[in-house]
Design a binder for this molecule. Structure first.
Ligand code: ATP
Length: 477
């Protein structure tokens, strides 16, 4: 396949799904039992990438800023939280059921897919029923559909020894609620002044009805949130700042191409009633087109008002700088889905290229051009042969780099050409080869993933200088 034939723009999801399993990024959960809908496990390379994303997100949003702190909240919260938040009550998604198979579908998704509506997120049950009738819409299996009903996305369980109404509990449906509940605690323990933010990377659970498109829609996933608290008069400006900030995060920090990122404002009928403005950050996932990866909401004081009301506790802020004014701060919310970012990074960096193999024949190389800080392994150590002391020397360099805390791989199986391809496919920026000359003068070859060329003086680098190459600058250069 030539590079031209590789249709990067319309990269298909299946290619990425297969790639993820083959390389150990993402496996279907409970794989040997045939998988389990909308749940996935992260394999060895996946965990390395995941931790890199967390680290980069944390640095940008929390540790490099004086005004944001991070918490980690519990998955179980008092059931009243979900009443106050509106999750138990009117906000549940609308669903329709196949009258024969009893499979359930999100009404908005189904109507959007059939082209009957462009955006079905704000329809009432009656409107859905009318549209289904007017357009003769049937289920994907071709059967009649039930009337639309509200369906609660929260995952319900019981905690304690008895299973009755008094022990009902819910798994956290969104990460932000811990943040609102801890607003006062954080204020008191950190003595922060407004404006300031509370961040959290936390699990969320949703009993999603439509479960497809791999890790884009899961029943258990992580959200990466910043909830930013400010005086109402500053909220519009803060909202603008965060919109800019989020765009920079994706294009400048995670290096997603600007043409693959867009900001989309919600229509008035699309956003929650308490939000005065809402924007999605969307990424273009190849053939799937643009999909939401992060939501920004201008939430006003809704969340603190609700929790103050339901808990009976005062959650106001005493603003000494505004003449001891007391008020519930406004909140600007940035809530990103970790698995969607993870998938965006794979779509962005996956390439298939036509190259020459060792015999001058054409072959396809799959290469993940991760930026250095995202790459699961930074370097792979490859002894040219296992004999004559090359293996021992390679192992000793491996041990040194591991001890230095660098994420390094080691591979001695197969021809050097095959090993290069394996590392290209893992997205490892550097391959270090220990050959005969290495035993004589303590130099090695260091091959760059993207150029496939060796760096250094006459293609060789002294072992003691390897670490100097392992950074973004060398990678880019
Ligand atoms: P959608 O409209 O796609 O269902 P949402 O608007 O309900 O998403 P939010 O509640 O705003 O999503 O959550 C914030 C972020 O969490 C989203 O931008 C998305 O990246 C992520 N997210 C939400 N639901 C899921 C899910 N089921 N699986 C993976 N990530 C999700």
């Amino acid at each position: 396949m030539s590079e031209k034939e590789f249709d990067k723009e319309n990269l298909d999801l299946n290619t990425i799904v297969n790639y993820c399993k083959r390389k150990g990024f993402v496996y279907p959960s409970s794989d040997i039992y045939g998988g389990y809908a909308a749940t996935y496990d992260f394999g060895p390379l996946g965990v390395l990438l995941k931790n890199n994303i967390f680290q980069i997100w944390r640095k940008w949003n929390v540790t490099s800023r004086p005004d944001v702190v991070e918490i980690e909240g519990a998955i179980f919260m008092h059931p009243k939280v979900w009443e106050a938040s509106g999750h138990i009550g009117g906000f549940a998604d609308l669903m329709v059921e196949d009258s024969i198979t009893h499979k359930r579908f999100r009404a908005d998704h189904l109507l959007e897919e059939t082209g009957a509506v462009k955006d079905g997120s704000a329809l009432t049950p009656e409107q859905v029923d009318d549209i289904v009738a007017a357009n003769n819409i049937v289920s994907p299996d071709g059967n009649p559909l039930s009337k639309a009903k509200r369906f609660n996305l929260l995952v319900k369980t019981h905690l304690g020894p008895i299973e009755d109404e008094s022990t009902v509990a819910y798994l956290k449906g969104e990460a932000c609620q811990n943040i609102y509940l801890n607003f006062k605690n954080v204020l008191e323990t950190t003595r922060k002044k407004l404006p300031f933010g509370i961040a959290q990377i936390g699990k969320a659970f949703r009993n999603e009805i439509t479960v497809k498109q791999f890790i884009l829609r899961m029943r258990e996933f992580e959200q990466m949130d910043v909830q930013y608290f400010c005086h109402p008069s500053e909220a519009d400006q803060q909202y603008e700042n965060w919109k800019q900030n989020r765009q920079s995060f994706y294009t400048d920090v995670l290096k997603l191409s600007p043409e693959n990122i867009r900001m989309r404002q919600h229509g008035e009928d699309e956003r929650a009633f308490y939000a005065s403005d809402a924007w999605d950050v969307e990424y273009k996932f190849g053939e799937l087109g643009f999909k939401e990866i992060e939501g920004l909401h201008h939430r006003g004081s809704y969340d603190l008002d609700q929790h103050a009301k339901f808990s009976g506790k005062d959650l106001s802020y005493l603003d000494v700088e505004r003449g001891n004014l007391r008020y519930n701060p406004y909140i600007v919310e940035c809530s990103a889905g970790f698995t969607r970012i993870f998938l965006a990074i794979l779509f962005e960096n996956y390439f298939e290229e036509e190259v020459d193999d060792a015999n001058g024949n054409k072959e396809t190389r799959i290469v993940l051009k991760f930026p250095y800080n995202l790459a699961p392994f930074k370097l792979a150590i490859l002894p040219l042969m296992k004999k004559d002391g090359m293996k021992e020397k390679a192992e000793s360099i491996y041990a040194d780099l591991l001890a230095a805390g660098i994420s390094v791989d080691y591979d001695e199986a197969g021809s050097i050409g095959k090993r290069y391809r394996r590392q290209d496919e893992s997205g490892t920026p550097w391959c270090l080869t220990v050959d005969h000359q290495a035993l004589e003068d303590d130099t090695v070859t260091l091959r760059h993933r993207d150029t496939m060329e060796q760096v250094g003086d006459q293609g060789r680098v002294s072992v003691k200088n390897i670490k100097d190459y392992l950074n973004d600058k060398a990678f880019e250069g």
